[in-house]
Design a protein around this ligand. Structure first.
Ligand code: NAD
Ligand code: UDP
Length: 320
């Protein structure tokens, strides 16, 4: 990897999204030059507005399904809608973004000899029958359901990353990200943490899908970004995949109750039908990340929710 004065030129695809904007901020803070590429499908200019005048930050409106020619030392490939509502809006574009996007960033990485990170997902495990999920688990995924455009797209992207690594020696890092939350989540993307917080702050009904007994493990965004950066900095022969997420598991009902308590909300809980193929339980086995990256999440759900609620509160007040 080329580094000039300890400074790398880093491409972040999907850099105007929730995770991407936090990553751009972190990389600029470490003294790097950051090129943010985004087609603004789910990302927003306001997420990176505060970075636009930064002398080491550049923004390019571009769709990763189209090849890109730039000179960079590292690539973080985050471009892809992440919430079920958004990725099911245009499923064909979702799978093209994952698959053609992966081919394009891998081709670029190969040409310029850059290390390349793939934001994969716990969705590659589908509705798992192994719990918690280690990286060695192959998953239980419906190939033809409403979530398949995302799940299978990300699985195919993983295959491409490992094949470019084995066949061409491209220096890859594949991270399987579990549910992550924090400031700058899209208020309308339908994900559970943003939905519950927005509903609670507005005094609207809290919508639990199913009986709320399904589980998820929620990672605060700062912890996750720390995992990304450590994984990319790791010089050993570890292409991944590696799980990054918080191993504390909660039912969706428990999450709803915590959000109501922390916001002091008068909202009622209401129960709605469970979407098709909704995974029943999800918790990462993070032993690989602990061993190889010395990484584990630091922010407890209570603390992370307080920070996220404060951000949504300010955002919703400013919108009025
Ligand atoms: P997000 O929707 O906020 O960000 C995705 C970004 O990619 C947006 O800015 C969007 O405009 C951009 N984008 C989408 N399609 C594009 C295309 N074809 N070309 C260029 N840009 C495009 O979602 P996020 O939560 O920030 O997720 C970022 C990445 O992390 C995604 O790849 C997602 O699959 C992965 N991930 C996120 C989570 C999570 O809990 N947040 C969990 C697992 C995996
Ligand atoms: N969920 C819910 N109410 C909502 C939004 C989501 O009960 O308003 C549930 C959803 O059915 C799923 C869990 O919360 O069981 C997490 O959903 P999310 O869309 O955040 O992520 P994913 O299903 O991809 O993990």
């Amino acid at each position: 990897m080329r580094r000039y004065n300890g400074r790398s030129q880093i491409l972040v695809t999907g850099g105007a999204g929730f995770l991407g904007s936090h990553l751009c901020e972190r990389l600029l803070g470490e003294g790097h030059e950051v090129l943010c590429v985004d087609n603004f499908f789910t990302g927003a200019r306001r997420n990176i507005e505060h970075l636009l005048d930064h002398p080491r930050f550049d923004l390019m409106r571009h769709d990763v399904t189209v090849p890109l020619v730039v000179e960079v030392d590292e690539i973080y490939n985050l471009a892809c809608p992440a919430s079920p509502v958004h990725y099911q809006h245009n499923p064909v574009q979702t799978i093209k973004t994952s698959v053609h996007g992966a081919i394009n960033v891998l081709g670029l990485a190969q040409r310029v000899n850059a290390r390349v990170f793939q934001a994969s997902t716990s969705e590659v495990y589908g509705d798992p029958d192994t719990h918690p999920q280690p990286e060695s688990y192959w998953g239980r995924v419906n190939p033809v359901g409403p979530r398949s455009c995302y799940d299978e797209g990300k699985r195919c992207a993983e295959t491409l990353f490992m094949d470019y690594h084995r066949q061409y020696g491209v220096d890859v890092r594949v991270a399987r990200i579990f549910n992550t939350y924090g400031p700058r989540m899209h208020p309308n993307d339908g994900r559970v943490v943003s939905n519950f917080i927005v509903q609670a702050l507005r005094g609207e009904d809290i919508t639990i899908y199913g009986a709320g007994e399904q589980t998820r493990s929620f990672c605060y965004v700062d912890d996750l970004i720390e995992g990304f950066v450590r994984f990319m900095a790791q010089e050993g022969p570890l292409p991944g995949p590696i799980n990054l997420g918080n191993p504390r598991e909660f039912t969706i009902l428990q999450l709803a109750e915590q959000v109501i308590n922390l916001t002091n909300s008068s909202s009622r809980i209401v129960f709605k039908p469970l979407p098709q193929d909704d995974p029943k339980q999800r918790r990462p086995d993070i032993r690989l990340a602990e061993q190889h990256l010395g990484w584990e999440p630091q922010v407890q759900l209570h603390e992370g929710l307080m920070r996220t609620i404060a951000w949504f509160d300010e955002m919703l007040s400013a919108a009025h």
